[in-house]
Write a protein that binds this ligand. Structure first.
Ligand code: SF4
Length: 93
């Protein structure tokens, strides 16, 4: 019985995490230069960034292009902003 209860708690925790947005201060987000607003990206630090680049048109975004937030292959279990950006951006084919 205990194992079932623990398993259920783990599932609930992972579901709660699935709703969590990526924190810009999260170490992985910092490492990738992730920001929730693509217009705030530092052009000096990321010269290849362009204003038209954002999570919602990135190959790694798993949400719909119109979603305000969606999943990203690099941030498992969390949501990135559709208007966000990181240095791993790959234009959707
Ligand atoms: S990989 Fe793409 S979808 Fe994921 S955070 Fe970076 S720009 Fe956004």
């Amino acid at each position: 019985m205990m194992q079932v209860a623990v398993g259920t708690t783990a599932v609930m925790a992972s579901q709660a995490m699935a709703q969590a947005k990526v924190d810009e201060k999260d170490p992985q987000a910092v490492a990738l230069g992730y920001l929730a607003d693509t217009t705030k990206v530092d052009a000096k630090k990321f010269p290849k960034h362009a204003a038209a680049q954002k999570c919602s048109n990135c190959q790694l975004y798993t949400g719909k292009a119109t979603d305000a937030n969606g999943g990203c292959a690099l941030f498992a279990g969390k949501l990135v902003a559709g208007n966000g950006w990181c240095s791993a951006y790959v234009k959707k084919a």
